[in-house]
Design a protein around this ligand. Structure first.
Ligand code: FA5
Length: 332
């Protein structure tokens, strides 16, 4: 009986090892472990043995079955993974065949400008903050000292969203709401820049886009003066454009800064180019955010990133940035 069983096991193990695929393996498994197998027959024959012999013989048959089952299971795992690898290889799509040679892309030039701006400001000690693109009238206007009767609301050419009260929810028309969100949530001193998308009803032309990018700067600390603002802008302009470029402030008006200024940068031909607006944070704005203007002062600035890219890369038309013509974009 024992030598007979050993022969069955040897034969079954060799058969499992030799199975070329899962189909063959399943047929062999039926032959060595199924109802008509030699093993099943041996089990049936147990009944004819003396009770004393029956136990040991039964155990031997069970052990033989376990060894055969283990061999089949191991072979099954191996064949299944090999068959899967063949299947995956067959289904693999070689996309390079469709597009020919693989070309490496790069960031869009507005993203490059934005990344560089962040690098320069982080190098100067600012932190990058963010805010939502859909805003309420409180953040886009009220808290920035622009009540609903204020004529300045009109100058922002706002795109309103049909939600809640009329003119209550809008696509932000500038990044200045991030000033409010930051001051509401953080204690001074505050040194942040907030780049992001902004939206206005402006029709697209050579210098305007309806969806464009701004970067906002905000500093709130003790003893901050207009000199700090001018120095920060000058430092930034040198770091971003290089040592030869100068900056200047010109008096202007924004409801959320007092005094307010536009800032320009010098061009090679000696003329000046407007970059954005800035000023000392208006005491009403600080108060709206629960900050005491007798203790804390601040300055803020905001300018267009797309316009900055236009200047830096000397483009003729801002619309080139959104036409998505790869032949144009891959030059930068
Ligand atoms: C503002 O949006 C103020 N929030 C800036 C500011 C911040 C002032 C903090 C004081 C303190 P203004 O509307 O001028 O200001 O827009 C700022 C810049 O955004 C412009 O100088 C310009 O560079 C850019 N910009 C405005 N409209 C467009 C447009 N349609 N397309 C492209 N760039 C634009």
């Amino acid at each position: 009986m024992d030598s007979n069983l050993a022969a069955i096991v040897d034969e079954a193990l060799a058969a499992a090892d030799g199975a070329a695929n899962l189909g063959d393996l399943s047929a062999l498994s039926a032959r060595y472990l199924g109802k008509k197998s030699a093993l099943a027959a041996a089990k049936k024959a147990l009944g004819q043995l003396e009770p004393a012999e029956r136990k040991a013989a039964g155990q031997a048959i069970n052990e033989a079955r376990e060894r055969i089952e283990a061999a089949f299971a191991a072979r099954k795992t191996l064949l299944a993974s090999a068959e899967r690898a063949v299947q995956l290889e067959g289904e693999r799509l070689d996309l390079t065949e469709i597009y020919g040679e693989v070309r490496r892309g790069h960031y869009h030039l507005v993203t490059q400008a934005r990344d560089r701006l962040e690098d320069v400001f982080v190098g100067m000690g600012f932190r990058v903050a963010e805010g939502p693109e859909v805003e309420t009238a409180w953040y886009n206007f009220e808290a920035l000292n622009i009540p609903d009767w204020h004529p300045a609301r009109g100058s922002f050419d706002t795109i309103f969203v049909n939600l809640g009260e009329p003119e209550e929810v809008m696509l932000r028309s500038h990044t200045s709401p991030v000033q409010i969100r930051t001051m509401e949530n953080e204690e001074p001193p505050i040194y942040i820049v907030a780049p992001g998308r902004t939206f206005r009803t402006d029709a697209a032309d050579a210098t305007h886009l309806p969806a464009f990018n701004q970067i906002e700067g905000l500093v709130v600390d003790r003893g901050i003066t207009m000199g700090d603002l001018a120095g920060t802008i000058d430092e930034f302009v040198h770091a971003f454009f290089g040592g030869d470029v100068q900056s200047r402030l010109r008096p202007s008006y924004f409801p959320f800064t007092e005094p307010s200024a536009e800032f320009d940068i010098s061009r090679a031909d000696g003329s000046w180019l407007e970059l954005g607006g800035c000023g000392m944070v208006h005491p009403n704005v600080l108060r709206n955010c629960g900050i005491d203007p007798d203790v804390w002062q601040g300055f803020a600035f905001g300018f267009g990133i797309d316009r900055l890219a236009v200047m830096r890369y000397e483009l003729d038309d801002i619309r080139e940035l959104v036409n998505n013509d790869v032949r144009f974009l891959e030059q930068f």
